[in-house]
Design a protein around this ligand. Structure first.
Ligand SMILES: Nc1ncnc2c1ncn2[C@@H]1O[C@H](COP(=O)(O)OP(=O)(O)O)[C@@H](O)[C@H]1O
Ligand SMILES: [Mg+2]
Length: 266
């Protein structure tokens, strides 16, 4: 890479989380530290139940850590904020609003003037290739399209970082590839920073600039993998990815990390 060294936008330092329930305590995260660099896609990968969603919720300000610190652009995170946009696995559009109205909604709340709001909404609808569906209601859309509305709606609020929790987990395999490739296209066009949670190894390798791997329960930082083999050329599709030298080694490394974690959990 050329130019200035990349700067961290999100820092997570020594974050631990223990849930207290009626039947006892559950240690979900133990002393997790990592950074997300500006304009990168950082993927949080690990076996089910290792605390990925817990960590993402804490970054989103929807939950608090038991100990540790986080900051976004140097400002400590102490609750939800417009600087973080969230896309979850379940669809979050308002069924009584059209696609266009859904994408405009956040800007309306934030007091953006009508004309600018419309222009911005159309721009983000174009970005997720839903031009033809701007006046449709979510009910009439497929799962993939609903998730595209959610992405457009979230990006329209111009967050500093996009937080995504298994965003394509509910979609069938083919739709999932399209969505993954569309996310890469959006990030390449808009220079958005993304922290994305998945337990899917192939999804992680296709999307990530870096992978932060969490060990199984309680979630601890096990490895940070720089996907250097992808640097120097933009990857647009799954077929391109699997032809790049280094892909198989990377997949092998992650599969063995995942296997060692599942062996320990048994
Ligand atoms: N609100 C909660 N109360 C109690 N335990 C929780 C809560 N949320 C998550 N957990 C527990 O914390 C652990 C991590 O969960 P989660 O973050 O959902 O994992 P992942 O997203 O990696 O599958 C699990 O053991 C889960 O049961
Ligand atoms: Mg989860």
């Amino acid at each position: 890479m050329q130019g200035k060294p990349p700067t961290p936008i999100l820092t997570v330092e020594n974050v631990s989380k223990t849930f207290r329930t009626r039947t006892g305590t559950i240690e979900a995260l133990r002393d997790v530290s990592f950074n997300v660099l500006r304009n990168e896609i950082c993927v949080l990968l690990g076996p089910s139940g290792c605390g990925k969603s817990t960590l993402l919720n804490i970054v989103a300000g929807l939950d608090t850590p038991s100990s540790g610190h986080m900051s976004l652009d140097g400002t400590p995170i102490s609750g939800p904020g417009r600087d973080r946009g969230c896309v979850f696995q379940s669809y979050t559009s308002f069924p009584w609003l059209t696609v266009l109205e859904n994408v405009e909604y956040g800007m309306k709340l934030n007091g953006v003037a009508r004309k600018e709001r419309r222009e911005q909404a159309l721009h983000y609808i174009d970005l997720v290739h839903l031009e033809k569906f701007r006046d449709a209601y979510p009910k009439g859309l497929s799962g993939g399209m609903k998730q595209r509305v959610a992405i457009a709606r979230t990006l329209a609020n111009t967050p500093e970082i996009l937080l995504m929790d298994e965003p394509f987990g509910a979609l069938d395999a083919e739709t999932r590839w399209h969505m993954q490739e569309m996310l890469l296209e959006i990030v390449q066009k808009t220079q958005t920073t993304v922290l994305l949670v998945t337990h899917d190894i192939q999804e992680a390798i296709l999307l990530a600039d870096r992978i932060t791997f969490l060990s199984s329960h309680p979630g601890r930082l096990k490895a940070v993998l720089d996907l250097d083999f992808k640097r120097g050329g933009e990857v647009h599709s799954k077929e391109e990815l699997i032809c790049i030298d280094g892909y198989l080694d990377c997949e092998r490394q992650i599969v063995s990390l995942m296997r060692s974690e599942s062996a320990q959990a048994e």
